[in-house]
Write a protein that binds this ligand. Structure first.
Ligand code: KIV
Length: 282
């Protein structure tokens, strides 16, 4: 096995110029695949609300659900650093609740670090959690938990200004997250030039999603990469496989064989040790 990825090794990757590879996973079999493929960081994202629960937003995802999924992933991974999302309202309502919930992801979920969304407005919370030796990954720009403020999952930092979602504010959010003690920060859905500027200014690694090539690493949602979804594919996603199509074809083939009596064959059946007499003797 390659060396275990740790919070300090992620922090060092930036100075070493080593690109960080991150993907989401939400359960045991997929986490096994991601870990075996040598990904550095596995994120149990609250995107699981949309990806595996079929919700329209991440907002309804609960702490219990995050812990449940995190545990499955923790059992599967050996090498990757395991980061888990703090879901909506698990950290915004006070530092004490934030600390307790971050602790649950570590203690019950088996995560090695937590991620939370926001910049200046959550800097104190990041500081409080990190001070208790729970490593924190920040997440700024297009923050899905702010979907209603943004009016949808929309690119942020395009317009100049210091209001939430505007360019100078996103930059200040990046500085605030670093200053508060985060060990890395996700930059989501911001223009390439802004992500480049933030990346060169920060000493912690930036991990981009829809933020261009010049971040210190990249993250995508696993189900997008594998082509497992049947909905809209955002511009920043590259599908490296079409597993949904393959899966539908496989299930159709199974259904056809059951209906035509060609499955199971003798090879897929159990047989008695001695032949059973065809007719009763005498
Ligand atoms: O929830 C999530 O999966 C995320 C990543 C896409 C960055 O936050």
């Amino acid at each position: 096995m390659e060396q275990k990825v740790t919070v300090p090794s992620v922090a060092k990757a930036k100075a070493a110029g080593r690109a960080l590879v991150a993907l989401t996973a939400y359960d045991f079999p997929f986490a096994r695949i991601v870990d075996e493929a040598g990904v550095d960081i596995i994120l149990v994202g609250d995107s699981l609300g949309m990806v595996v629960q079929g919700l329209d937003t991440t907002l309804p995802v609960t702490m219990d659900e995050m812990v449940y999924h995190c545990r499955m992933v923790a059992r599967a991974r050996h090498r990757a650093l395991l980061v888990a999302d703090l879901p909506f309202l698990s950290y915004q309502i006070g530092a004490r609740a934030a600390l307790e919930n971050a602790g649950r992801l570590i203690k019950e979920g088996g995560a090695e670090a937590v991620k939370l969304e926001g910049g200046c407005s959550v800097a104190k919370v990041i500081h409080r959690i990190a001070a208790m030796d729970i490593p924190v990954m920040g997440h700024i720009g297009l923050t899905p938990q702010s979907v209603h403020r943004m009016g949808g999952h929309k690119v942020q930092g395009r317009a100049r200004g210091t209001r939430a979602g505007q360019r100078e504010r996103v930059f200040d959010d990046a500085l605030a997250v670093e200053e508060a003690g985060a060990f890395a920060v996700v930059l989501e859905g911001i223009p390439v030039d802004l992500a480049t500027e933030i990346t060169s200014r920060l000493s912690i690694p930036t991990i981009g999603i829809g933020a261009g090539l010049h971040c210190d690493g990249q993250i995508l949602v696993l189900h997008d990469v594998l082509g497992l979804g049947d909905g809209f594919t955002p511009r920043f996603v590259k599908r490296y496989a079409e597993l949904r199509r393959t899966a539908v074809e496989a299930v159709r083939a199974y259904a056809r064989e059951v209906r035509t009596g060609t499955f199971p064959t003798a090879a897929h059946s159990f047989h008695s040790l001695a032949p059973v007499a065809a007719a009763a003797e005498g």
